[in-house]
Design a protein around this ligand. Structure first.
Ligand code: NDP
Length: 333
């Protein structure tokens, strides 16, 4: 690829204090410097992309910026001995799509250290059907496993925000691994979708959002929480003695209205999960597990593919809690 080569990109700018997203044409020379130039096959839409593209989250500090917090594609040029042209790679996190140009373009220039070789068994499309959300779901499952939660446990594992990106992949992963999965959703119309992914019990978001005592009846052997707030507080109050709660999200708020009692009297373990700065070794391990534990047919069921032009509309929709499952972005469509 030469500097004259042009490519399609979604670019964020600021006009009158507002974030504006524009589909435009860039040249390779416009890209920030990086070790590796990638032909992007697919990116995906995550909650954080919603915040970036709409400007509601104030997470983009430098404009212009190509958003898109993840990507999968093929190496075109590499100044790093770790990667050769033709290698298939996946990238999530590290501030890409926030502080650095990201995946909503046909080309990306990135640091070699941010990349993970695409594991055997995954193609670019499936890697972005997983994307940041699915990678985070896997980190949550790994955190529960490390805390001793097993499929043989007497009580089910609860997943909150179940129809969302992280939630739906967590449901599918846990069910595939043999856990009994209970799903919290505010959209009863998604119960069939969630049942197909493997959920066997359903709890209304409204029920989970009611104020509760710090200790309630013990119902859950483990929890993957993507929403925070009162829902997380109730999940903690209903966690079984010694259970682990993997908390990764705040779609329902940043507060946690509970006390120390569940942690002291029931030994509940609250495990914070961060995908952005996750070090390289556990990152590769999580991708290897994703390729092993998530069948392509399951990924197909929870995914829709859209072109770059649809991103601004869907960015609003994901913040409004209206997106179901995973959205893969095809910059080449
Ligand atoms: P989605 O919007 O796809 O999913 C969030 C889901 O939460 C919705 O689908 C909805 O599910 C539920 N929900 C929406 N609004 C509310 C509300 N007000 N109260 C309670 N539940 C609500 O987002 P993602 O799955 O991409 O991300 C989920 C969260 O995880 C976000 O906060 C995101 O920032 C965070 N995250 C964190 C990561 C990390 O590294 N820690 C990485 C990736 C995401 P339903 O309709 O079924 O109730």
């Amino acid at each position: 690829m030469t500097d004259a080569s042009s490519f399609k990109a979604l670019v964020l700018n600021q006009q009158d204090g507002k974030t504006v997203a524009e589909l435009t044409t860039l040249k390779t020379a416009d890209l920030p410097s990086g070790d590796v130039l990638i032909a992007v096959d697919f990116s995906s839409l995550n909650y954080k992309d919603g915040l970036a593209v709409t400007g509601k989250g104030k997470i983009v500090r430098r404009f212009p910026l190509v958003p898109g917090i993840d990507l999968a594609g093929t190496v075109l040029e590499s100044a790093s001995s770790a990667y050769q042209p033709g290698d298939r790679v996946v990238l999530t996190g590290w501030g890409v799509g926030e502080s650095y140009w990201g995946g909503y373009a046909q080309r990306a220039s990135v640091k070699a250290d941010w990349l993970v070789p695409l594991p055997d068994g995954l193609d670019s499309h499936n890697a972005m059907a997983i994307g940041t959300a699915g990678f985070t779901a896997m980190l949550c499952v790994l955190a529960l496993e490390q805390a001793g939660v097993t499929p043989e446990g007497a009580k089910p594992v609860l997943v909150t925000g179940a129809s969302g990106g992280v939630g739906s992949v967590a449901v599918a992963l846990l069910a595939r691994l043999g856990y009994r999965v209970a799903a919290v959703t505010g959209r009863p119309e998604n119960e069939t979708f969630l049942r197909e992914l493997g959920a066997v019990e359903f709890i209304a978001r409204e029920t989970m959002s009611q104020p509760c005592r710090p200790l309630e009846t013990q119902l859950w052997g483990g929890v993957v929480d993507t929403v925070g707030g009162r829902v997380l507080a109730r999940a903690v109050a209903e966690a079984d003695y010694g259970a682990a709660v993997a908390a990764c999200g705040l779609a329902g708020g940043v507060d946690l209205p509970t006390t120390v009692m569940p942690f002291i009297l029931r030994g509940v373990k609250l495990l914070g999960v961060d995908s952005v700065m996750c070090p390289s070794e556990p990152r590769r391990l999580a991708w290897a597990r994703l390729s092993r534990d998530l069948p392509a047919a399951t990924l197909e069921r929870l995914t829709q593919v859209v072109p770059l032009a649809d991103v601004p509309r869907l960015a609003e929709a994901i913040l409004a809690g209206q997106v179901r499952g995973r959205i893969v972005i095809n910059p080449n469509a």
